[in-house]
Design a protein around this ligand. Structure first.
Ligand code: ADP
Length: 680
């Protein structure tokens, strides 16, 4: 069959078809055998994809059909088609037994060589005609050459395709690498150290440096923070000398921005001389600041533990190892980083607290619930500390406790303070009790005293009155009395009078306590009118002038309020300047408690009633003293009195939950401010 299927006629032979017919009919088995034998002998790589077990005959049998096909295509001169089909199958990876990548150049050359040898082998038995034999040799050579050429071409095409694929993958990888560099903010470089080659940098390097090109190490160092230049240079120098790899973290300033960069490089040496450095540059600014923040937080956490004296711990039940935070180690008086185990920790617990400690642990381990206990530890230095411990149970996936974790707080000071407070409270309670008892006793003695002074004053009045009456009688009736005698009796009468006043004052002082809680509305205007009536004579004579604003109605004990105003006004009259008329001004205004430094009730409202006079006044430093009983600033010979009047006033005002203060200037006058609650 003529070969018209391909443009290649090189596989069209004149003599070979007949030779192939001879071989097919007479020598097929030997033709196969000789080739298999050579293939095994030459260890053709393709053989490893075939099953070569069995006898030689069986092997030959296995290959008979494919050789028959081959020889038939030689006979029919269709070798070209057969080869094309085979090569196509190869390219399309359709070959039986082997895949397209498994065929190697040795397979092509060896197989062709072996086939050629097989053809040559039977030539002597085929013909004794030398010319025919030589022509056949030529055709066999042509066939072999064409077979090798076309097979190699196909192999090359396959390899080119493979190369393209690899190249494509490489490109993809490189692109991926560059993208990864961009995402991870790192670049890579190959820095030529010989001066002969060009250094290479990935685009990310320029992005990190914010430069378009590099101008050598010197230029680069200009942008490195001066504080980091030396260590960077030292690291590079060390690497170039064959020491460690170059690795450095440094600050890099450019375009007004500071970055933290990290570079690692490995030096390649050629004949012991540094040839190049391959490395990576990473922008670790964000990571650096995050780490810094983490470190700061950790520091704060440690400080917080230190300040609160609370530490934390975690106990691995299986290994028995307990990890204590620094603060807890400090509380326990242990060395920093000291390895702790459960057994070691238990030994520190005060023997009297061991039982409750075990109970608490068992409770958590069996119920899986947290516990909180207080116990004492005896530190290695012998110091005793009280710890409040909180513990939580951590369960594994099977629900079994595998860790216990929690906090430990040094509450020694707190407990000691609490104990001290309790002790003080006890003392205070005792003190209060004795104070209460004393108060009761005082009240009793006060009452006794009051009733005594009441009775005494009453009973004393009588003999006094008698002394006065009889003294007056003697003075009037006894005409023979000497002047000295008269003088004596006169003095007796005056003294008795003074004593009577004193007794009366004492009587009213003791009476101020007797009438509590009997408040009734009292119109202060009426009170003042009564007083005016009392002093009407003096007013008429023009020696006493009142200037009184409108006054409120208050809830009060009427007769006490009457006495309060009477006492103050009579003092104003008594302590007036000699030869000068007395002027008394009385005003009233409503004030808030918050305006008054001496009031505890800032919400309460008070009537402030001010009584001012133009009398002799007194030194302001005695403003408090004059309210004390029997305290007088002026001699009894100049101004009569007992020193009880103002103390009665103070008592009355306090009885009404109010305050009284005095303000005075010598020779100018005095003002008495009475503060009485608006609502009582
Ligand atoms: P006495 O009976 O002495 O008046 P008081 O208790 O009423 O006692 O007053 C105490 C002292 O306060 C008086 O002795 C006097 O020295 C002084 N005093 C009281 N009121 C006035 C006043 N209006 N002007 C000057 N001094 C006064």
């Amino acid at each position: 069959m003529p070969d018209n299927c391909t443009n290649n006629n090189k596989l069209h032979f004149k003599l070979l078809p007949d030779y192939a017919t001879y071989l097919l009919n007479n020598k097929l088995r030997e033709f196969v055998k000789i080739q298999l034998g050579l293939m095994i002998k030459m260890d053709v790589p393709i053989l490893k994809y075939y099953d070569l077990r069995g006898t030689e005959e069986q092997l030959v049998e296995q290959f008979l059909s494919s050789y028959t096909t081959f020889l038939t295509s030689v006979i029919n001169n269709t070798l070209n088609i057969t080869l094309n089909e085979t090569l196509k199958k190869w390219v399309n990876n359709q070959l039986p037994n082997i895949s397209k990548d498994q065929l190697v150049i040795e397979d092509i050359t060896f197989v062709t060589y072996i086939r050629k040898q097989a053809f040559f082998n039977f030539l002597p038995s085929y013909t004794s005609d030398v010319k025919l034999a030589l022509d056949l040799v030529k055709e066999i050579e042509d066939y072999s050459l064409e077979l090798v050429a076309r097979s190699l071409k196909t192999l090359m095409e396959i390899q080119q395709e493979k190369f393209n694929e690899v190249n494509e993958t490489l490109k993809k990888h490189e692109k991926g690498l560059l993208e990864a560099q961009e995402i991870a903010s790192f670049g890579s470089f190959e820095w030529d150290l010989t001066g002969n080659e060009k250094s290479t940098y990935t685009p990310q390097v320029f992005k990190i440096f914010e430069m378009e090109s590099t101008n050598g190490l010197e230029d680069f160092l200009n942008y490195v923070h001066p504080g980091d230049r030396e260590k960077l240079q030292a690291s590079i120098d060390k690497a170039l000398k064959g020491g460690d790899d170059y690795e450095c973290e440094y600050r890099f300033r450019r375009n007004g921005k500071e970055k933290i960069l990290w570079t690692k490089g490995v030096v390649n040496f050629i004949e012991k001389k540094p040839a190049s450095m391959v490395g990576t540059i990473m922008d670790i600014t964000d990571r650096h600041y995050i780490l810094q923040r983490l470190e700061r937080n950790e520091e704060l956490y440690k400080q917080a533990q230190k300040l609160t004296h609370i530490g934390n711990w975690i106990w691995d039940i299986e290994t028995g190892i307990i990890k204590y935070s620094d603060e807890l180690l400090r509380i326990y008086g242990l060395k920093p980083n000291e390895e702790m185990t459960f057994d070691k920790a238990i030994k520190l617990v005060h023997p009297n607290d061991l039982e409750k400690m075990h109970e608490a642990l068992n409770y958590s381990l069996t119920t899986h619930k947290p516990h909180e206990i207080e116990f004492r530890v005896i530190r290695p230095d012998g110091d005793e500390r009280i710890i409040r411990r909180h513990a939580e149970v951590l369960l594994d996936e099977k629900g079994k406790p595998y860790k216990l974790a929690g906090t430990g707080q040094d509450i020694t000071k707190e407990v000691l303070l609490n104990n001290e407070i309790k002790e003080r409270e006890k003392q205070l309670a005792e003190l209060n009790l004795s104070l209460e008892q004393k108060n009761i006793a005082l009240e009793r003695s006060n009452k006794e005293l009051t009733s005594f002074s009441y009775v005494a004053s009453h009973d004393l009045q009588e003999p006094l009155r008698k002394i006065k009456t009889f003294s007056n009688l003697i003075l009037e009736k006894e005409k023979n009395l000497s002047e000295e005698g008269k003088d004596c009796f006169g003095r007796i009468i005056i003294s008795a009078g003074r004593m009577q006043t004193l007794i009366e004052d004492l009587l009213s002082f003791s009476r101020t306590q007797l009438f509590e809680n009997t408040l009734k509305p009292v119109d202060l205007n009426n009170v003042l009118n009564e007083i005016r009536i009392l002093h009407s004579e003096t007013i008429k004579e023009g020696r006493l002038v009142f200037n009184i604003s409108n006054l409120p109605v208050i809830n009060a004990i009427a007769f006490q309020i009457q006495q309060l105003f009477e006492n103050i006004i009579s003092n104003s009259i008594k302590y007036s300047k000699p030869g000068q008329n007395t002027e008394i001004i009385i005003t009233c205004q409503l004030v808030n408690g918050e305006q008054l430094s001496f009031s505890n009730d800032k919400i309460k409202k008070y009537y402030k009633i001010s009584i001012s006079d133009n009398g002799i006044g007194f030194d302001q430093k005695y403003a408090d003293k004059i309210f004390e009983i029997f305290q007088r600033l002026h001699g009894k010979n100049e101004y009569s009195g007992t020193g009880i009047g103002l103390s009665i006033c103070k008592k009355i005002v306090e009885n009404h939950k109010g305050f009284i203060i005095a303000q005075s200037k010598l020779n100018i006058g005095s003002t008495f401010d009475i503060f009485l609650p608006q609502e009582n």
